[in-house]
Structures are given as C-alpha cells and as structure tokens.
Design a protein around this ligand. Structure first.
Ligand SMILES: C[S@@+](CC[C@H](N)C(=O)[O-])C[C@H]1O[C@@H](n2cnc3c(N)ncnc32)[C@H](O)[C@@H]1O
Length: 190
C-alpha cells in the first residue's frame, strides 16, 4: 500500500517521505506512545501510514492539507493498510487556518511537512499543541544540502535556517537533527 501511495504522490508531483524517514517517524510515534498526532501536509498518506503504525492502537492521526484530492488518496491508502476509519481525522484547509482550532497541549507529536515558508509558524503552533514531553518533527530541513551551502539561497532556505536556529536556541526544546531522508529535525518539548 505504501508503494501505491508513493506512486500517487509521484503522479501528483509531491515528495513523500523516504523509507528511512518513515521508519524514524514510526519509531518516534512509538517512543511517545502517541495517542494524538497532528500532521501538517497529508499528501497521499505515506508519512501518515508510518505514523499510524507507530501510534497506540487507539491513537488518532489528525491530518491537515488544503488539497482534498491528496486527502482522498490518503484516506484510501489508510483503509487499504487496515486502519479503521476512526484512526484518522482529515481536516481540509491550510495549516495556519486550521491549527489555531486544535486543542492546547492535546497532542503527543506534531509532524510538519506542509509549506516550508511557514515552518517557523508551525513551530509556534506546535509549542502550544504539544503536551510536555511531546515531540515536534520537521521534514526536509536539509533542502538537498542548500541549508548549509554558503552560496545565495531562496527565501525557503533562509527560513529553514531561521527554523534551525530557533529550535536550537529555544529553552523549551531538546532538539536533534536526524540525517535521514532530506533531514528530519526533531525536538522534545520540556
Ligand atoms: C511534501 S507533501 C506531503 C507528503 C506527505 N507528508 C507524505 O509523506 O506522504 C506536502 C503537502 O503539503 C500540502 N500543503 C501545502 N501547503 C500547505 C499548508 N499551508 N498547510 C497544510 N498543508 C499544505 C500540499 O498540498 C501537499 O499535499
């Protein structure tokens, strides 16, 4: 089913998480015994399948994406992977419109894979959404090596550098940058 979801992502021109990143997401969800996970950027459901595998069997994945077609593929992929429909809550919309409606300290893990220009805003929202001991995770922070390239870079890369600095300097977070896929930035909320 992962292959099916990956194929749909490729057709739609979306980048789904790599197998290594997926395996790390499963581990991270299991490490916090996640009952409630928020995902920004459903895509066709590749990351969601990994997260659901790591979560508690009664855990619910809340996943946000402005593209209903992407979420429709993910819904099919979750079902075909054997997850009951009540394991996922699909919210259509842009993250910064939807996240303010989600409960304070109601989540064990927030996975950010939406618009990289908004990652700093996702960090602020995540700090509010996470319970103490919860994890925030950002996908793709290497930007194919451009984050550490000294040449001129687009705004997206400059924003990623700001994110890395903010997470490193935050007194509220214990961070680690995992070199899987295109860079997975993880941090535990104290
Ligand atoms: C890289 S893909 C996500 C891939 C997915 N996590 C996976 O591994 O299968 C990025 C997704 O973010 C969605 N997206 C773009 N802007 C967004 C926003 N402002 N809020 C939430 N999702 C957004 C896109 O529609 C797309 O489906």
């Amino acid at each position: 089913m992962l292959r099916w979801a990956r194929d749909r992502a490729r057709e739609a021109g979306l980048r789904s998480v790599s197998p290594g990143t997926g395996s790390a997401l499963r581990l991270l969800a299991a490490s916090v015994a996640a009952k409630a996970v928020a995902e920004i950027g459903t895509g066709t459901g590749v990351s969601g399948i990994h997260l659901l595998h790591g979560m508690r069997p009664d855990g619910v994945l809340t996943t946000v994406d402005p593209e209903p077609e992407h979420q429709q593929f993910a819904r099919q992929a979750f079902r075909a992977s054997g997850f009951a429909s009540n394991r996922a809550r699909f919210i259509p919309g842009r993250a910064l419109d939807v996240l303010p409606r989600l409960a304070d300290a109601g989540y064990d893990l927030v996975f950010c894979d939406g618009d990289r220009l908004e990652f700093l805003d996702y960090l602020a929202e995540s700090l509010r959404l996470l319970r103490p001991g919860g994890l925030v995770v950002f996908e793709g922070v290497f930007a194919n090596g451009r984050t550490v390239d000294s040449g001129p870079q687009p705004t997206e890369v400059l924003r990623l550098r700001e994110l890395l600095r903010a997470v490193r300097e935050s007194q509220e977070l214990v961070p680690s940058l995992l070199p899987v896929g295109d860079g997975l930035l993880c941090a535990v909320k104290r």
